[in-house]
Design a protein around this ligand. Sequence first.
Ligand code: GLA
Ligand code: ZN
Length: 671
Amino acid sequence: MKAKFKQMLYGGDYNPEQWPREIWQEDMRMFNLAGINSATVNVFSWAKLQPSEEVYDFSELDDIVDMLAKEGKQIVLATSTAALPAWLVKRYPEVSRTDYEGRRHKFGQRHNACPNSPVYQHYARELASRLAQRYGQNENVVCWHVNNEYGGECYCENCEKAFRVWLRKKYKTIEALNKAWNLSFWGHTIYDWDEIVLPNALSEGLEGDKTAFAGISIDYMRFNSDSILNNFKMERDAIRQYDKDTPITTNLMGTFKGLDYFKWAKEMDIVSWDNYPGYDTPWGMTALRHDLMRGLKDEPFMLMEQTPSQQNWQAYNSLKKPGQMRAQSYQTIAHGADTIQFFQLRRSVGACEKFHGAVIGHVGSENTRVFREVSELGAELEKIGKFIIGSRNESKVGIMFDWDNYWALEYTSGPTVDLKYVDQIWQYYEYFYKKNISVSMIPVDADLSRYDLVVAPVLYMVKEGMAEAIEEYVAKGGTFLTGFMSGIVDQSDNVHLGGYPGPLRKLAGIWAEEIDALAPEHRNAIVFKDGTREECRMLCDVIHLEGAEEVAQYGSDFYAGTPAVTRNHFGEGYAYYVGTVPSENGIAKVLEMACGDAKVSPVIGEETELEVMRRETETEEIYFILNFKDEELVLPEVFAGKVDVLTDRVLEEGEKLKKYEVRVVMCPKLS
Ligand code: GLA
Ligand code: ZN
C-alpha cells in the first residue's frame, strides 16, 4: 500500500509557546542534530489562540509554523480543543463536565469538555475551521491531530437529554427499551422517555464499577463513545472544508476502555496512538497493543507519542535503560508503525509534567545520554525508514477484540470480580507472541475467511449474526477457539436462553450447565489425554459433551473427570472450547493443537526467544529481530549471511544479540 507520508516522521510534541523565543532557535539547532524531521504543535494552545470570546490571535502560531517550515520540518498540526480556556468555562459553566458522582467541575486540568455542550461544539468547530483555513494549504502540514487522547465521561443534563435522543433513535418505542433493559426487574418499568436518567453513582451505580443494569450502562458507554466521536467528526469535517487531502487523526490509547476504537477508526484517515508501557509491562503486552492499533484499520499506524526516557504519571517512573528506547521503537515499527514520535521534544519548566522525559532535558544541551540515543535512532531511521513505510504485516491468526464485550464482561455482577477482559485476551495473545506467530487483532464482524485460526476468549456478548458468521467460517475449514463466559448474552446484555454457550452451543458441540467461581487461593487442574496435568483457576464451566471430543478433563472437585477443554469437528473445521483459565502451559498445549489443525506457522521456522516480526512490501520481506531478554541470544540461522540494513554488515552464523540489540534484515520475497 501507499504510505501516508513521504518519509518516516521522526519528532514529537513540541511546545514553543511555553518558551521564550531565544530558545526556539536553539530547538531548531538541536532538532537538526538529532535527525528530527517533524514536530507536533498546537496541542494545548486554545487559550492563546483565542484570548476571549470575540478575539482570535494566530500570530504566534504563524511564527512557529513559519520557523518549522523554513527548517524543512513536517508539521503535525493539532487543533488545541482538548483543554478549555478559563474564560470559556467562566462564561459558560456548562462546557465543563459533570462527573460520575454528579459534581459539575470548575475550570481546571484538560480533557474536560462536555461532549454534548452546544457551546463547546460551537467554539471547537470554529477553532478547527479557522486553523484549517489558515494552515490547510501549507505544504509542511502533513497531518492533522484533532484534540488529544479523547476519553472520559460526562453526566450532565445536556448529556442526559442527548442520551434520551440517542435511545429514541435506537429503540423507537418505550416498549422496546423496557424489553432491552429488562426493566421489569426491580420494578423499573418506564412510561416516558423523560424518565430515563444517566447511569451514575446517583442512579444505578453499585459498589466499585458495577451497576444494577449493565444493559443501561453498556448503552451509556456506546452513547458516550458516539458523542465524543461526533466531536471528532465535527472537527474533521470543519478541517475538510478547507483542506481536502491531508490525513486527519487523533491519538488513541491502545486497549483504553472508554471508546469503541473499531468504530472510531472508520472515521479516521490513519490511526495514531500513544505508547506508555510501565516499568513492569511485559513486552508482549506492548506488542498486543500495537497489533490492536494496527488492526483497527488493518493498516500501518502512527506512533504519536512515547517517552524517550521516563514518564511522570506512573507510580514508579523508571528510566529506559541504554538501548531500550531504540528497541521499543523498532518493536513499534515491527508491528506496523510508520512514524516514531516522542512526548516531548523539550522538557517543560513547570506544572505536572516537569519530570516527564524529553528529547531536550532541563540542562538544555545535547550532551545527554537521552539526546545521544535519540540522535542515533534519528540517523538510522533517516537511512532505512523509506524502505519500511507503507509495508504491511500479514497474519493468519485473528484474535477478536470488541468494546461491547469489554464493557459487558466487566459490568457483570458475578460470577467473579477477578474477570478482566484485556487480561483474558492477553493470556492467549502471549502464546503467539512467544512463538513469533504474527497476530491481527480483529473486530467481531471481520472477514474471518482471511484467517486460518480465530481466537475469541470471553466472547460474552454474541450479537446478531455473529454465531452464523463463525459457524460458516468453521464449516468451511476454519479453526475457532472460544471458552468460558462466551455466548452468554445478546447485544442488550440479556441471556441467550436454552443453555450456555447460547448461540455457540451447536458449533462448540457442548453444553456448559454451571459456572463455578474459584477464590484466588483455590485451584483446580486440567488433565490432558496424555496425562499432563496443568493448574487452572478463577472459573470452571461444568460441561456436557454434545458431539465434541474431550481434550482435557478436570482434576478435582465434584466435577473431576468431566470435560474442561473440548474440540468439535464442525463441517470442515474445528471449534475448541476452553472451560476454565488454564496455566500458561495449559493454554499453550491447547493452542498448539489448534495451530496444528489450522496449520499456522511462526514468522520463521526456528524456535527462538528473540522477538522476530515481519513486514512486507510487494517485493520485499523486512524482518525485525529484537532481544528483550536478560541474556544474550543467538541469531536464528536463517539470518546468517543476510545483510543487517542498520549497519550494512553481513550477519554471522552463531552471532549473539545482547539485551535490547536489534537487527533488521530485508530480502526479496520468495514467491
Ligand atoms: C499523554 C498526553 C500528553 C502527555 C503525555 C505524558 O499521552 O497526550 O499530552 O501528557 O501523556 O505521558
Ligand atoms: Zn455533559
